[in-house]
Design a protein. Structure first.
Length: 647
C-alpha cells in the first residue's frame, strides 16, 4: 500500500488515541508521569513546548529493561531498528529515520557534549559506554543540523552520564555480575565519592561471551572516571575513559548456510581487536541571565584485523571543541532565549594495511545561532542558522573535498490546551562525503554535497497518567551519498560511491505512555515510514535496509513490594536487501522478559531475550539471482541471571 493512501487515516490516528485517553483520564489517573527535561537543545529545558520531537530513556528505564548496552536500550525501548555490526560485544548501527546502509553517516551521536562520530564509514561504538554510568539517552527525531552540524539529517542521539548531569552528587556504589547463555560472563562496578563541592564518578565493566556463532567469541572491558568541582554558579571537571575489544569475525552466510545452521561461520580464523581512549575537560557557568558551557575532548582509536585477504588496521586521532552560550531575557512581547555556539573538530586516520588510503584527514569549523521567543497565549517561535566549513583530504592529495555548507530551521509550537501542544518546523540539513566515500568513486567524478529539505509537524499531549506524542515528517534529499553496487568502476570490481538520484523519507511516529497505576506502566512506540527513490533507474523503489513499519511494546509491573516484572515485544517489518528490490529480509518479531526481586540492597534478576527462539536476521548485503546472501544472523533465545548490590 502506498504511503499516500495511508497518510489520511494515519494522520487521524493520534487524534483518535488522544480522544480515547482523554475520556479515560476523566475517571482514572491514580498515577502521574513527571515532566520531562531534555538537553538535546544544548541546554537543559522542558520538553513540553519544544517545536521538535525528542524521545527520552532514563536510567530507571534501562535498568528495568535489562538492557546491557546503549544500542540495546534504544532498540528495545524506542523501537529503533538496528543492524548488527561485524564485531562482537553487542554493537549495532541504529537507523532513526530510514537511511539504511548510511544511517551512521546521517545521524550524530553525542556523549556528555562531545561528538563521537567518525569521519569514515565506521560508526560510533556505543556498546563500550558503561551502561551503569548513563543517566539518560535522548533521541532527537529528524534534522538537528543547526545545533549539531553535518550528518544530522536523520536525528541526534544525546547520551548523558550521571556525572554529566551537573546536579549535586552523593556517595554511592554498586556491583553487578551476570552469567548467561553462550558462556556469558558480565561484570560491572560503579561508584560516586562526593564532598565539599568535589565529586569523583567511577565506572567499569568486563564482558566475555562465546556469542551465538562460531568464531564470534568476544572479550571486552572498559573503565572511565569523571572528577569535578562545583559551587552555586560554576562547574569544572575532567573525564577519562578507555575500552578494549577482542573478537572473532565470523562473516556473512549464504542462504544455504543460514538454512543449514545460523550458528555457522564463513571464517573460522579471522579476528580483530579495537582499543579506544577518550579524554576531556568541561566547564559550565551561570552568570546572571547568561549560561556558558564548554567541552573539549580528544580520543585515540586503534583497530587491528587479521583476515584471509590480508592483515591490517588503522589508528584514529580525533579532537572536538564545543563552546556555547545561552541568554534569557524578557522582552515587551514575551520571553526570549538566545543560544550561540562554536564547534571545531579535527580527525586523522593513519592506515596500517594494504587497503585504503595511507592517511586521511578532516577538519570542521562551525558557528550557529538559535533564538526562541515565547509569546503570551502559549505560542513559541524558533529560528536557527548554522554555517560550517569542512575540509577532507588524503595524504596523497589526489582526493579531497572542501566546502562551506549552511543549514537553517524555523519552528512554531502552540499550546492548544493546558495539556496539549502542537508544533511544526521546516529547515535544511547537509553532509559532505566522508574520507572512505570520496576516495572510491567513478573515474573522474567528484561527489557533490548531500542536501535535504525537512518538514515535520507534531502533537504532544500529557495529562496525569498519560503521555502521547505524534510526529509526521517528510525529507526530500538531493544528491544523497551512498554506495551503488551497479555503478561501473575501474578494474574487475563494479560498484562505487555516487550521488543518488533524488530520494524521499516520509513517515509517522507515535509514542504513548500510560501509568495505569503506581505499580503498572505501559508504553508503545510505532513508526510507519517510506524511504524511496523519486527519480532515476530506481524510481519508486525502496532504499535498501529500511523497514516500513516498526513497533515496540513494553510493560513494567510491580506485583508486590520488592518484585518487578518487565516484558517487551519488538516488531520490524520486512526490508529490501538490494536497490532493485528483488531480495528481501523477512520481518521478525521478538519477545523479551525480565523478573527481578529486591532483598534490601541486593537485586536478583532473570532475563530472557527472544523468548520464542525465533531465527531471524536484520543485516544482509548481497542479492544473487533473487536470493538474499551475506546474512548476519541474530541470536536465538538467551538467558541472563544477574545479581546487583547497591551501597
Amino acid at each position: 500500500m502506498k504511503i499516500q493512501k495511508l497518510r489520511a487515516p494515519l494522520a487521524a490516528l493520534p487524534l483518535a488515541v488522544l480522544a480515547t485517553f482523554s475520556s479515560h483520564a476523566q475517571t482514572t489517573g491514580q498515577s502521574y508521569l513527571p515532566e520531562t527535561m531534555v538537553t538535546a537543545t544544548r541546554f537543559n529545558e522542558a520538553l513540553s513546548s519544544l517545536p521538535m520531537g525528542v524521545s527520552v530513556i532514563t536510567a530507571d528505564d534501562i535498568r528495568s529493561s535489562g538492557a546491557s548496552t546503549v544500542n540495546e536500550a534504544v532498540m528495545k525501548l524506542l523501537g529503533v531498528p538496528g543492524r548488527q555490526d561485524f564485531y562482537g560485544a553487542g554493537n549495532y548501527s541504529l537507523d532513526l529515520r530510514g537511511f539504511g546502509g548510511t544511517a551512521s553517516s546521517n545521524q550524530v551521536v553525542v556523549l556528555d557534549g562531545i561528538r563521537l562520530n567518525e569521519a569514515d564509514l565506521s560508526g560510533p561504538r556505543l556498546a563500550e559506554v558503561p551502561i551503569d554510568a548513563i543517566e539518560r539517552i535522548e533521541v532527537l527525531r529528524g534534522s538537528g543540523a543547526v545545533l549539531y552540524g553535518e550528518g544530522a539529517s536523520g536525528g541526534v542521539i544525546v547520551i548523558t552520564t550521571k556525572a554529566g548531569v551537573g546536579r549535586e552528587r552523593r556517595n554511592q556504589a554498586s556491583l553487578y555480575g551476570a552469567l548467561g547463555t553462550h558462556s556469558l560472563r558480565d561484570g560491572r562496578a560503579s561508584a560516586t565519592l562526593a564532598g565539599g563541592g568535589f565529586s569523583l564518578d567511577l565506572a567499569g565493566q568486563k564482558r566475555e561471551s562465546n556469542n551465538h556463532r562460531q568464531n564470534f567469541r568476544s572479550e571486552s572491558d572498559g573503565a572511565e572516571f569523571t572528577g569535578q568541582w562545583s559551587n552555586d554558579w560554576l562547574r569544572l571537571g575532567l573525564r577519562h575513559g578507555r575500552d578494549t575489544l577482542d573478537t572473532g569475525l565470523p562473516g556473512g552466510l549464504s542462504a544455504g548456510q543460514y538454512a543449514e545452521d545460523p550458528r555457522l561461520a564463513k571464517s573460522l580464523t579471522e579476528n580483530a581487536s579495537i582499543d579506544n581512549e577518550r579524554n576531556g575537560t568541561f566547564a559550565q557557568a551561570e552568570l546572571g541571565n547568561w549560561s556558558l558551557a564548554g567541552d573539549l575532548g580528544w580520543r585515540d582509536k586503534t583497530l587491528v584485523y587479521r583476515a584471509s585477504y590480508g592483515d591490517g588496521g588503522y589508528g584514529v586521532e580525533a579532537g572536538q571543541t564545543s563552546l556555547r552560550a545561552r541568554h534569557s531575557s524578557t522582552l515587551a512581547v514575551g520571553q526570549n532565549v538566545l543560544v550561540l555556539g562554536h564547534d571545531r573538530g579535527r580527525w586523522t586516520r593513519q592506515n596500517q594495511g594494504t587497503f585504503g588510503t595511507a592517511q586521511a584527514r578532516q577538519t570542521t569549523r562551525a558557528w550557529y545561532v538559535k533564538d526562541d521567543l515565547s509569546l503570551p497565549g502559549g505560542m513559541r517561535l524558533s529560528a536557527g542558522w548554522r554555517t560550517e566549513s569542512l575540509d577532507k583530504s588524503t595524504a596523497s592529495g589526489t582526493s579531497s573535498l572542501s566546502d562551506r555548507l549552511n543549514a537553517w530551521d524555523l519552528g512554531l509550537s502552540q499550546l492548544l490546551a493546558p495539556d496539549t501542544t502542537t508544533w511544526a518546523r521546516m529547515g535544511t540539513s547537509y553532509r559532505l562525503a566522508n574520507v572512505d566515500e570520496f576516495n572510491y568513486t567513478r573515474p573522474g567524478e567528484a561527489l557533490r554535497p548531500q542536501t535535504s529539505r525537512d518538514l515535520e509537524t507534531g502533537l504532544r499531549w500529557a495529562r496525569g497518567a498519560y503521555q502521547l506524542e505524534a510526529r509526521l515528517y517528510r525529507s526530500s534529499i538531493t544528491d544523497e551519498i551512498g554506495f551503488d553496487p551497479q555503478a561501473v568502476g575501474l578494474g574487475p570490481f563494479d560498484g562505487r560511491n555516487v550521488n543518488f538520484d533524488p530520494t524521499r523519507r516520509t513517515g509517522l511516529e507515535l509514542d504513548g505512555d500510560w501509568s495505569v497505576t503506581t505499580s503498572l506502566q505501559l508504553a508503545a512506540r510505532l513508526a510507519v515510514r517510506r524511504s524511496t527513490f523519486r527519480e532515476g533507474p530506481y524510481a519508486g523503489k525502496d532504499v535498501p535496509l529500511v523497514p516500513r513499519q516498526t513497533l515496540a511494546l513494553r510493560a513494567n509491573w510491580k506485583p508486590a513490594a520488592g518484585h518487578q516484572v518487565g516484558a517487551g515485544v519488538t516488531f520490524v517489518a520486512a526490508q529490501k536487501a538490494d536497490f532493485q528490490n528483488r531480495c528481501r529480509i523477512p520481518f521478525y518479531a521478538t519477545v523479551d522478559t525480565r523478573y527481578a526481586v529486591q532483598f534490601k540492597s541486593a537485586e536478583l534478576s532473570l532475563g530472557v531475550n527472544n523468548v520464542f527462539d525465533r531465527n531471524y536476521y536484520a543485516n544482509a548485503f548481497d542479492c544473487t539471482a533473487g536470493v538474499t546472501e551475506g546474512i548476519y544472523p541474530e541470536a536465538g533465545r538467551t538467558f541472563t541471571a544477574a545479581l546487583r548490590v547497591s551501597f
